[in-house]
Ligand binder design. Sequence first.
Ligand SMILES: Cc1cc2nc3c(=O)[nH]c(=O)nc-3n(C[C@H](O)[C@H](O)[C@H](O)COP(=O)(O)O)c2cc1C
Length: 175
Amino acid sequence: MYATKEGHTAKIAARLSLTLRSVGLDVDAVDASALPDGYTLDSFDAALLCAPIHQEEYPPRMIGFARTHAVWLTSHPSAFVSVSLSAAEPDDEEREGLLHCVSEFAIATGWQPARVEHVAGALVFSQYPFFVRQVMKLIARQHHLPTSGDHDYTDYARLEAFAREFGAEVLAGQA
Ligand SMILES: Cc1cc2nc3c(=O)[nH]c(=O)nc-3n(C[C@H](O)[C@H](O)[C@H](O)COP(=O)(O)O)c2cc1C
């Protein structure tokens, strides 16, 4: 399950799905903004929720989904993949900011993820509308990051290692 604004978390969810399939799991990568009516997790053994941080918050659709399924998520193998620029090269302040975002998410949803994977996201100036571009230039400057062009900060080797570990946990539970 993923939510995305500029598409990077969808790319991360696709990579996670690919790795999980490669270890032998059946995977559904579902966009939180296109959920069929009455969607349930009943036919699944495990869930990964992937969501980006925008202005220090996760998308409302992901919050709503996690709140609706909090009991299921708590009682099955599950993890939360948080995508952000702060995760790129976090200093102490950014690390604290990330913990704060996750803790607000847990309060809002009633789901305290047993595992949280912080993944560095992307800067995509080619996709930002004018106003967002100005805001992102400011944010990028504060983080000593580029203020133009497109830049992918995700560590795909680490993402794959996380997926393999999670997949092994799920397979062990199925055995
Ligand atoms: C308008 C806007 C606000 C953002 N706010 C934050 C933020 O508060 N903290 C952070 O770490 N990253 C922030 N980011 C960076 C995003 O988390 C990052 O670009 C991520 O890759 C976006 O994922 P998506 O393409 O799936 O939407 C922001 C990005 C945008 C465009």
